[in-house]
Structure formats: C-alpha cells, structure tokens
Design a protein around this ligand. Structure first.
Ligand SMILES: *Cc1c(COP(=O)(O)O)cnc(C)c1O
Length: 221
C-alpha cells in the first residue's frame, strides 16, 4: 500500500499532465500496464477517464472493474487473444495486419470498434507496425470489415531516432494519404510527448512519467 503522500503526488502529476495535454487539444491516456489497481482507483476518483493497456486479459479485467472508463488497447496482439479486444477495448491502437483484424472483427458484437493502424516509421523492419508503403493496402482491406472503423494512425518513435521527425512524418502521411479523413494521431510517450503535441497528436500515451514509483514490477523483483 502506497502512502497518502504518494497518492497525492500521483494525482498532482496527472492534473498537470492532463492540463498540458488538453491545452494542445489532445487527450491524455494513462498507460496503466505497470500500475497496480490502487493507482488506477486513485486516478478514477480524481476524474481520469482514459486508460491504456498492452495486455488483452488485463484490459478485460480492468474494463470490467472500471466500466465508466475508456480502455485503449495499445500492445501487440496475438490472434488467440482477439476476443478480449473485440469485447472490451474502447479503441484498438495497434492494428498491424489484416488477419488479426479479421480475427478481432469476428468477436465484435452490437457495435463498431474504432481502430488505429500502427505505422512503423523506423529504420528497423522488425518493429511493430506496417510500413508506409503497405499502409494504403491495409486501409483498403479494412474497408471490407464493417465491424472495424479506421479512425487514425498510431506510431512509436524508437529511442535512437529523432522523435519529432517521426511524428511529423506520421502526420504528413495521414494528411497526404487520407486527406484529413482520419482524425486521430496516437503518438507520444513519457519521454517524447512534447514533440508529439507539437506535431498535432490527438492522443498521447503516458505511463512511467505519470505512475512513477507505482510500478507493480517492483514488488515482483
Ligand atoms: C508502455 C507503452 C507506452 C507508455 O510508455 P511510457 O514510456 O511508460 O510512457 C506507450 N505506448 C505503448 C505502445 C506502450 O507499450
């Protein structure tokens, strides 16, 4: 159990970050993948409504425990976990291949799931996301899946590259290929969210900077 001081410090960090992100017209997603339930509880009480998880089962569990909040799926997805995303995610940020997209769509019921296509703008083809070259085809194929609605693009800037340049490229790719029809740009994490806001991010995903010491991995060590 963390101290009252730690709880107040977490809330203060959230308020400051949230104010800054909102001033730029963007939305702060609290990445709770390493945060314990008590930390999520504290933020929910303070009014935080947007959370992101990278593990499908955890996303399911937490979306059921805090159904008032939006739960964004941001991690790589294996096809055998597709149903958790289909049933419990508010938005799926990490769509990167059509087969997994079809697997998710099969479990979507009574709604249309908003999705973002993850784009790999790094110099490393092993990283997650489609290349800019593959993006138009994937987008076109998604047109045949009525259960999923593409609403934007997502990317991660590798540490060794210039983040601002990566975010600028994602925005230009969106503007050039989609003529402004995809509104959402999910980009920016703890160490580079300022750059992302400057380049027009609509959502930033912040974990370690927000939760700080509240890291469940510490208790496992
Ligand atoms: C973990 C994670 C984040 C948050 O990273 P921090 O550096 O802790 O802010 C953002 N996006 C994705 C896809 C992640 O997996």
């Amino acid at each position: 159990m963390e101290s009252i001081e730690a709880r107040l410090a977490l809330l203060e960090r959230w308020r400051q970050l949230n104010d800054e992100v909102q001033r730029h017209g963007a939305r702060l997603l609290a990445v709770s993948k390493y945060a314990p339930d008590e930390a999520v509880d504290a933020l929910v009480e303070a009014g935080c409504l947007d959370f992101a998880e990278s593990r499908p089962q955890r996303l399911r569990d937490r979306s059921q425990r805090w159904p008032c909040c939006a739960w964004h799926m941001i991690g790589p997805l294996q096809r055998n976990k597709a149903k958790y995303v289909a049933r419990h995610a508010t938005m799926w940020h990490s769509l990167e291949d059509i087969d997994t997209a079809r697997a998710v769509a099969r479990y979507v019921q009574d709604r249309v799931l908003p999705v973002l296509i993850q784009v790999n703008l790094s110099d490393d083809p092993q990283r997650h996301g489609v290349s800019p070259r593959q993006l138009p085809q994937l987008y076109q194929e998604l047109g045949d899946i009525p259960e999923l609605k593409p609403v934007g693009l997502m990317t991660m800037a590798p540490l060794h590259m210039n983040a601002r340049d990566i975010f600028s490229r994602l925005r230009r790719l969106r503007d050039e290929l989609f003529d402004g029809s995809l509104a959402e740009l999910s980009m920016g994490m703890s160490h580079d969210f300022h750059d992302a806001l400057q380049e027009g991010a609509s959502m930033v995903r912040i974990g370690s900077l927000l939760f700080g010491d509240w890291d469940i991995r510490k208790s496992l060590r």
